[in-house]
Write a new protein. Structure first.
Length: 382
């Protein structure tokens, strides 16, 4: 098939798809057999490379990835199709086959046997086999839930997990139990801001600095703001820690007011901020006596005043768990139950402040708590 096949990580395929859509705004995406596979056309190589470098939900791309439902084929027929694929898509340098599964095994299909036979095809074609450090990898992925196979020359690291192990929230010098996992923090930054060149990122209530760390590690100019001196100092320590002991020049933490963002940002950022990420500190009073709903509205208005015309906003809110768990995008009129306030009223606040809600996803935290990840974009101003 035409186009690249994007393979998403299994943590939250719906959010991973939203992130990829934000990072490749000029590409066309079409769903494939598995919720973790999507056909991508119109993305240049440098754009795919950037997405692979900074995305938390993207596993790899397969060049013209070949997808088949195993119920509609046999291993022998599939191997014939793969021979055609290899003939049509020759590569240079040494090669190897890497195989992995998503979910359960495929009845009647042995992944290890198929990968070995693919290696045999490559050998018979005269390819140099290098199992340790190949120049190119032929990826073979089975998807148990849909009983399908995907195969193709791979861009990216494939099975490699998002590299957050060395900077888990609990390992930071300044830690609070409510800190977001780096995977979700990075995804929120990418969803809000889009491609790297679009502009800087602002976290109006930075807390321990999780969003700021991920924005800075992906190379984005970024500022984290908090009204509490303790949080400012703690976030600064965390930022330096995440950058191996050196404060990055392109990111900073400042003490300021989330309802007066222009006062805390460089003057040339006014009208150019590409993305805002906000995990409001419900449960602690962050702005004196200002109630949570008024604080959020004032923050959203302030963000709109300094946003780029194509700027984005990701808001993360605690909600009661859904009756049925899903990783798909949910309609904006879904009956969400925030821990604070009413969902229709919250949507109204967002729209009054000059933002258009784009999508809503839910991440389950535990039995009695979930997170709502809401993505909104600027409303064009006359």
């Amino acid at each position: 098939m035409e186009g690249m096949l994007a393979c998403l990580r299994g943590w939250h395929p719906g959010l991973a798809l939203a992130e990829l859509t934000a990072l490749l705004p000029d590409a066309t995406l079409h769903p494939e057999a598995s919720e973790r596979w999507v056909r991508v056309s119109g993305a240049e190589e440098h754009q795919r490379h950037e997405a692979l470098n900074i995305a938390s939900g993207l596993q790899c791309f397969l060049d013209h990835g070949h997808v088949v439902f195993t119920a509609e084929s046999t291993p022998e027929d599939w191997l014939k199709e793969m021979q055609t694929y290899l003939d049509q898509h020759p590569v240079k340098g040494s090669v190897a086959v890497r195989a992995w599964k998503q979910g359960s095994k495929l009845p009647g299909w042995s992944l290890s046997n198929l990968s070995g036979r693919l290696g045999g095809l490559l050998h018979d074609m005269g390819c140099a086999i290098d199992l340790e450090t190949p120049d190119r990898v032929l990826a073979l992925i089975s998807d148990g839930p849909t009983a399908s196979l995907a195969c193709g020359w791979m861009e990216g690291d494939g099975q490699a997990a998002f590299s957050n192990g060395e900077r888990r929230a609990g390992e930071r010098p300044f830690f609070k139990p409510v800190s977001l996992d780096p995977m979700l923090a990075r995804l929120a930054v990418n969803l809000a801001a889009g491609p790297l060149g679009r502009g800087p990122v602002v976290d109006p209530m930075t807390g321990t600095g999780g969003f700021l760390i991920e924005a800075s590690l992906s190379g984005r100019p970024s500022v984290g703001i908090d009204i509490h001196s303790e949080m400012v100092q703690g976030a600064k320590a965390n930022l330096v820690w995440a950058h191996d002991g050196e404060a990055p020049a392109h990111a900073q933490v400042v003490r300021g007011d989330a309802t007066r963002l222009a006062d805390s940002l460089p003057e040339d950022w006014n009208g150019n901020v590409a993305g805002f990420v906000l995990d409001p500190p419900y449960g602690r009073n962050s702005h004196g006596s200002m109630a949570a709903d008024r604080l959020l509205e004032s923050c959203l208005r302030s963000a709109r005043e300094v946003a780029h015309p194509q700027g984005g906003f990701v808001l993360i809110l605690p909600i009661h768990p859904l009756r049925e768990h899903t990783t798909s995008s949910l309609p904006l009129d879904h009956d969400f139950a925030p821990l604070n306030g009413e969902w229709p009223a919250l949507l109204g606040v967002i729209e009054r402040c000059g933002w258009t809600p784009q999508s809503a996803h839910v991440e389950r935290v535990h039995r009695s708590l979930s997170r709502l990840i809401l993505h909104a974009r600027c409303v064009p101003q006359d």
